[in-house]
Design a protein around this ligand. Sequence first.
Ligand SMILES: [Zn+2]
Length: 225
Amino acid sequence: MTQAWPTYPAPRKLALVVSCVDYRLLDDIVSYLHLDNMTNRYYHFAIAGTALGLVDCLREGDFQPPTDQEIADRERMNIRTKDELLHKFSCWSSTFKDQVAAGLLLTKNQISDIYLIQHENCGAFRIYLDKNIEERKDTPKKRQEYELEMHKWYADQVKKGIAGTAEKVADELGYCKSPGEINVHTLFMTLRGEVIDLSTLAGNGHKDGGSKKKPKDKKSPKKDN
Ligand SMILES: [Zn+2]
């Protein structure tokens, strides 16, 4: 498989990596960051759904309240309304902000990049938003585009605020980071460990002339979780 190299400059300082808690891609994340010149130079914050758990609003139509049967069958979290869900996520955002502050303090403001790593077949989107969210399109190609579009939407929402969050935290700590000093990379990892740069996709999930990159040899697909 031909892979383009990342289009953004490799970070020169330290990074904060935000990924999902999913156990299937832990090795692939480490491999990708190794190839991105980041071996042992990042803090790793893991949270279910990555960007999904850090948003303060949801994309229209994504949330479907769990049915009684889904709850009885333990297929969804017991969250019946959008407001309940966003309240839960606001706690996660607050924790994330504390972790950004800890990282900046420990590194004396040396974090220059933040990686937001979404991934394929993310269980968080199914248990929080809709058990059948990946089945909304009728062909594999349309489902893949829909999945990319969805992850891009949530990653972009968080990206809009995340650099500002880091700069605000740095300012509170007395570091006075200037706007735009933190680079935020929005990425999507497939179950084979391929990495797609979401910033190179158009809003509909189609490629926008950007890159697709893979850190190591193709592996067998990971099992479902
Ligand atoms: Zn996940």
